[in-house]
Design a protein around this ligand. Structure first.
Ligand code: HEM
Length: 395
């Protein structure tokens, strides 16, 4: 599937159910030449070397979320992770600093995403707009409210010529092979796509990572020790280089790939994996099953970050971001963000799992999340110095 050049396997058609939110011009809806053009326009802001510029915002927004967390009271970690990743994406995409505009944008987006996360809404027959009476009608109204802000921001940026280190600034100046800029409607669809694709996925991956780390105190302690080597105020560059942290993020993405499968519509008949498949057939690749192959992964159901230390897996073995011409545009961004957020949580908080039931996998629109949003309790970490003193006393 991932070797196809896009001529036989169409993803745009497979992703159609997301069109009411993302718009018809989104990269996720296109195939062939149109898709190649969009990838070229959208990729530069996501190149590895740009990550440091986003890293500072990631750390700052995580610290702020930690400051606002309930203390010693159970809460759903997933919703805090959603706030962090939403704030990060709004800040890095739009370059909005904290203030009324930033908060308004976050609120309107949150409403769209909450309404859109209801899985039945993906079914075409549910997509009937009966105004406020229907779930789809309420969802469309929320999308219109978000669009108002988007377009206002786009117009203001074009008029003022103001540019920053944000993704929108880069896209406003991007030109395709014919020297054409991206039009406002297209830009709107791509921005919403980045917001939607980048927010829930990363929040969920982070929640899963904490789910495993909190049930393995020794791995948590090793990770904390690694993060501590950077001191009280680590830099994004320092955090990005930590090996166990990188391995823990990858292992969380392996054990539960938040997007468990990707699909394509066949544009013509082909023979695939020994099967003759007709035109129009839908083929899916299960990322989840690939990540649990016992011939590749030793004890595949166990969380063991050390399996990634000093070892690289092939794109056919480890593929949380898909592969080939449709590989996730935000893969480097997502991994970077996971490392920034995990580093701060591990360094600053003592967290405990606090749910009364076993944590299960639950479907949420197109992702798999931990049940009940992963209930935890948090308290500020007992200071390192005090710990050492206590250890000395008890010794
Ligand atoms: C842990 C977080 C993430 C995971 C697990 C993930 C996973 C994926 C997967 C599996 C695909 C491939 C879909 C296919 O083959 O049809 C994909 C595509 C995509 N992702 Fe991500 N993603 C994540 C974060 C992000 C972020 C942060 C962004 C941007 C800010 C992003 C933007 C996109 C876009 C635009 C596509 C469409 C690419 C195309 O169709 O050419 N993703 N993602």
């Amino acid at each position: 599937m991932f070797q196809d050049d896009g001529e036989v396997m169409a993803a745009g058609r497979f992703n159609r159910s997301l069109a009411p939110l993302l718009g018809d011009r989104s990269v996720l809806m296109t195939d062939g030449a149109a898709h190649r053009r969009k990838r070229k326009l959208l990729m530069p802001p996501f190149h590895g070397e740009r990550m440091q510029a986003y890293g500072r915002a990631m750390l700052e927004l995580t610290d702020r979320a930690i400051d606002g967390m309930p203390r010693d009271e159970p809460f759903a970690l997933h919703s805090v992770m959603q706030d962090i990743t939403l704030h990060v994406i709004v800040r890095t995409v739009f370059g909005l600093e904290d203030g009324p505009k930033f908060r308004e944008m976050c609120e309107r987006l949150k409403r769209i995403l909450e309404l859109g996360a209801w899985a039945p809404l993906l079914l075409p027959f549910m997509q009937v707009d009966l105004g406020n009476w229907s779930p789809y009608g309420r969802f469309r109204a929320a999308v219109r409210a978000g669009d108002e802000l988007f377009y206002a921001d786009l117009r203001a940026r074009r008029a003022s010529g103001e540019r920053g280190a944000d993704i929108l600034s880069l896209l406003l100046d991007a030109r395709d092979e014919d020297g054409e800029p991206i039009g406002d409607d297209e830009l709107r669809d791509e921005l919403v796509t980045l917001l939607v694709a980048g927010h829930e996925t990363t929040a969920t991956a982070l929640t899963w990572a904490m789910r495993w780390l909190l049930s393995q105190p020794s791995t948590f302690a090793d990770l904390r020790a690694e993060v501590d080597t950077l001191g009280e105020h680590p830099t994004p560059e320092g955090i990005a280089k930590l090996e166990l942290l990188d391995a823990a993020a990858r292992e969380a993405l392996r054990l539960v790939p938040v997007i468990p499968l990707v699909g394509r519509h066949l544009q013509r008949p082909i023979r695939l994996g020994g099967h003759d498949l007709p035109e129009g057939c839908v083929v899916c690749c299960s990322i989840y099953l690939a990540h649990r192959r016992p011939d590749v992964w030793d004890r595949p159901a166990e969380f063991d970050p050390t399996r990634f230390l000093g070892k690289k897996f092939s794109p056919a073995e480890f593929l949380p971001f898909g592969g080939g011409i449709r590989r996730c545009i935000g893969a480097a961004f997502a991994l970077y963000e996971m490392k920034m957020v995990l580093a701060r949580l591990v360094a600053r908080l003592d967290l405990r799992l606090a749910g009364r039931r076993e944590v299960r996998m639950v479907r949420r629109a197109i992702t798999i999340t931990p049940s009940e949003g992963l209930t935890v309790t948090a308290r500020p970490r007992v200071a390192r110095a005090t710990k050492t003193a206590q250890a000395t006393v008890s010794a």
